[in-house]
Design a protein around this ligand. Structure first.
Ligand code: ARG
Length: 569
């Protein structure tokens, strides 16, 4: 498609001699189309050109040569230059592209670039909590969007499957394993054992010693300890898989923390060599106060064992070597901000190329608050996320039962709607915001929700079904789509690829979720104002085709967020 923004930047560059990439970065898209489709804020050049913005605006307007095929008019408004693109051209560009490509908006701008995304990462023998769910959903959306833009993406589930707690679990299991039904309810039962052994450790120094010993044995590959550890891991993964199956999550690598157990000596050696690894209360730490980080990063604990941070450092070395990443994203709750600050800082001491240390990024997100009652995480009461998803599906099924009792495939639709509601809820607002999970909000078919987007999609489908054969682009008269409502929809469709790029610039899938809501709303306005199935063939063809375009983009966009579309609901 023609890049209007680039064209405008080029023309401004011709008359100002300022670099066109820089100029393109300044161009805005006004919220209200009265102010044009694109606006150039001249104050950005005031310093360089030593003139007042309105004067710059006027001068550029005088000199600029605009391509009349593309741009309708240019106007000065204060310090802004507003560009109005030619409506016919917009229609042409969008419809043509839609007809010629099955995957609208797909790009290859990422070709040759490697992205590693570390997401989900629940802890073995501990509950898969709502924060892990959010990481899974945000990570999966970024994964899909990067792929769509042509990047080579690796999704890693950095499982928490290592650490001193396994020494404790092994001890607890040795003592009381036969009292618990671990096969049946692995996470719940192992959590109980963990709490019980922890309490015993507080009372009895000898037990604590035995636990430490077990972990040491595990590290030294003692067969009994390894066997138990494998069993715990296997049972936990089976439980986690229930959630992944419902969400449709996939990973390219399941290398968790344990994978790095034999890769830490290299990290320690490298850090030793820098002379920065110092003793502190029996532990070995890197002091980071010169970097404005008050808490030192612990590399080896006073009892000799390695830490979560040491394993993350080993993982950085491994990922740099094996994936040659341009960016490595860590989709982890904001509670670990300090951890990642420390790790990214210490990583600079590992002798890696700057490319890698610069590519490390903590994609943090806010807390999720669950509704009170059954789902709340009171002490000892484990929230099972597959139950949360199932409840969402149940509620969706009830709503469908009320609204459309004769629907075929009710079960499949309920699943798509219920799961889609939970996913969209996680992505609806900027990720750093805390989120309150509320059933009535998440499942409201009229609200800014997943089901609303699905519902709008289904509406486009039923219109298309009524209309019969989809018209071809050559049969469409561009003149029929010049009204404000159609234009609003077309402008959004045109912006789709820009939206995807913005998501990757900010690692913010909510930009796409907001966009889909805007598109669904603007389609509703279009639909309320313009009757689609009308007698006049020309009008009808044009409107039907536009409806088709909206459906396509809603479907592609939702699938990039991990949400599946029902065909009917
Ligand atoms: N397992 C960790 C937790 O539940 C998250 C791991 C995130 N990834 C990482 N490379 N540190 O808190």
């Amino acid at each position: 498609m023609i890049q209007f923004k680039t064209k405008i930047a080029e023309e401004i560059s011709n008359v100002t001699n300022i670099n066109k990439e820089e100029l393109e970065g300044y161009i805005e898209m006004p919220k209200d189309s009265k102010n044009g489709d694109y606006a150039f804020p001249c104050f950005r050049l005031a310093k360089e050109l030593k003139k007042a913005p309105p004067m710059i605006a006027n001068e550029i307007k005088e000199k600029i040569k605009i391509d009349e095929e593309l741009i309708e008019k240019v106007e000065v408004a204060g310090g802004y230059l507003n560009f109005y693109i030619k409506k016919e051209k917009l229609v042409n560009e969008v419809l043509k592209e839609m007809e010629s490509s099955k995957e609208y908006g797909k790009m290859n701008i990422g070709n040759g670039k490697n992205i590693v995304i570390d997401y989900s990462a629940p802890n073995i023998a501990k509950p898969f909590h709502i924060g892990h769910l959010r990481s899974t959903v945000i990570g999966a959306a970024l994964y899909k969007i990067y792929k769509y833009l042509g990047y080579n993406v690796t999704g890693i589930n950095h499982l928490g499957d290592y650490g001193t707690q396994f020494g404790k679990l092994i001890e607890g299991y040795k003592l009381w394993g036969n009292e618990y039904n671990i096969e049946e309810n692995p996470i719940e039962e192992l959590t109980k054992i963990y709490i019980r052994i922890n309490n015993l450790c507080k009372e009895d120094e000898k037990v604590l010693e035995a636990c430490r010993n077990n972990f040491k044995k595990l590290e030294d590959k003692d067969p009994y300890c390894v066997k138990l550890w494998e069993e715990f891991r296997k049972l936990s993964l089976k439980e986690f898989q229930k959630v992944y199956d419902l969400l449709g999550s996939e990973f390219d690598s399941w290398n968790g923390e344990a994978f790095y157990s034999d890769k830490m000596p290299e990290v320690i050696e490298k850090l030793e060599k820098t002379g920065r690894l110092v003793e502190s209360q029996g532990a070995k730490v890197i002091d980071l106060s010169d970097k404005g980080i008050d808490t030192p990063c612990i590399i080896i604990k006073s009892n000799g064992s390695t830490t979560y941070a040491t394993r993350d450092l080993a993982a950085i070395l491994y990922r740099a070597r094996n994936y040659d990443f341009d960016k490595a994203l860590y989709v982890v709750s904001y509670e670990q901000t300090l951890h990642f600050k420390q790790v990214f800082e210490v990583a600079k001491l590992l002798g890696l190329d700057e490319k890698y240390t610069k590519g490390l990024e903590h994609v943090s997100f806010g807390m999720v608050q669950l509704p009170e009652g059954k789902m709340s995480t009171r002490e000892g009461n484990v929230v099972k996320l597959d139950d949360l998803l199932k409840e969402s599906i149940d509620r969706a099924r009830k709503i469908i039962e009320e609204k459309n009792p004769d629907l075929e495939n009710k079960e499949e639709t309920a699943k798509k709607v219920g799961v889609g509601a939970v996913i969209f809820n996680d992505l609806a607002n900027s990720r750093i915001k805390d989120e309150i999970f509320d059933w009535n909000t998440a499942l409201n078919f009229q609200g800014e929700t997943g089901p609303y987007i699905q519902y709008t999609y289904v509406r486009t489908k039923s219109i298309l079904e009524k209309a019969g054969k989809l018209p071809e682009f050559k049969d469409i008269n561009v003149e029929e789509l010049l009204d404000d409502y159609s234009q609003e929809v077309l402008k959004l469709l045109y912006n789709f690829d820009d939206i995807l790029i913005q998501v990757t610039k900010k690692e913010e899938p909510s930009i796409l979720s907001r966009y889909l809501i805007d598109l669904a709303k603007s389609f509703s306005s279009f639909y309320n104002e313009n009757k689609i199935i009308v007698e006049d063939k020309k009008v009808r063809n044009a409107r039907v085709f536009l409806t088709y375009c909206v459906g396509q983009v809603l479907k592609i966009g939702a699938s990039l967020l991990g949400i599946e579309m029902p065909e009917k609901m």
